[in-house]
Write a protein that binds this ligand. Structure first.
Ligand SMILES: C[C@@H](O)[C@H](N)C(=O)O
Ligand SMILES: C[C@@H](O)[C@H](N)C(=O)O
Lengths: 165, 165
């Protein structure tokens, strides 16, 4: 089975925003993202996991240059909706493996997570799609993560014929 | 501005698994996904948000036919790693808007979330990539969600449902 990973994408120009403990009811997600959209702020990754006790966190990333603006827009909104607080983190970076059919091929996520684990790199957030597995990590770990993932997925050579999974 | 949304993807054949309160340290993600990969279980969406007090949740979806097997494999692992518990939910469905450049185009997420909000549909999980915004919702809401999203994004009549491979 051919190596499906075609490339690695990294992005250091990201800031992570987390709206902590939002009420888990219809309309909340829209209330957070409409003001950002109206202001033309580019939201990149959005992650929300399951709720507990009626609340959950909603995190997203924006370019670092947009962080101040995003915070100014959302702080009043966050208060009004009864969320606990808004936190932000500029020392994150995004690293993704990209390739067709990744998501449904067992082993790619495990290999990506294992590679980062072997480097002692903590995975702060995970988001996936059919063609991409994205991890947010500490910015200080990005170069090491990229090198290790390139090696693990054999990205410097032409596509190998041997099963990679 | 051109409509970037090319289509809607829905999947009813999903079960959601959440490993609750895993320790947020390197190696944990690998410890969860290697056994699933070795067993050839197709993991589709993976979502992990930021941690609080050193723990976070890791959720993922599998085809419903794989749920029992995934649980059997992971229950001992979950205990050993000191996570709180493993929960599963079979009454979920996945709905995604798909299109080039969605992620960086302000407004698409807001419109998708707003459309679901207008239908009173609760968004249980969110995961995004550059070309896809995916929401997990209650399975009972899927048909109504699909119709409303088709209308909101001016897509042609609803595609027949296709389960993920
Ligand atoms: C938390 C948020 O996603 C909420 N469940 C909503 O539907 O808007
Ligand atoms: C929670 C899990 O992702 C952990 N942070 C890890 O790096 O494996």
């Amino acid at each position: 089975q051919r190596n499906k990973v075609r490339g690695l994408a990294t992005d250091r120009n990201v800031a992570k925003v987390t709206v902590v403990a939002v009420p888990d009811r219809p309309g909340i997600a829209r209330t957070l993202f409409v003001p950002l959209a109206d202001a033309g702020i580019n939201v990149d990754v959005i992650v929300q996991n399951v709720s507990h006790d009626g609340t959950t966190d909603v995190s997203f990333t924006v370019p670092r240059s947009e962080l101040a603006r995003a915070r100014r827009l959302l702080e009043p909104v966050v208060g009004e909706m009864g969320a606990r607080e808004l936190t932000a983190d500029e020392s994150v970076a995004k690293v993704s493996i990209v390739g067709a059919g990744i998501q449904n091929a067992p082993g790619y996520a495990a290999r990506m997570f294992g590679t980062l684990a072997d480097e002692g790199i903590n995975i702060e957030m995970i988001s996936t799609s059919e063609v991409r597995i994205t991890c947010m990590i500490n910015e200080a770990d990005l170069q090491r993560a990229a090198r290790a993932l390139h090696r693990a997925f054999q990205l410097e050579r032409p596509e190998p014929e041997v099963a990679a999974a």
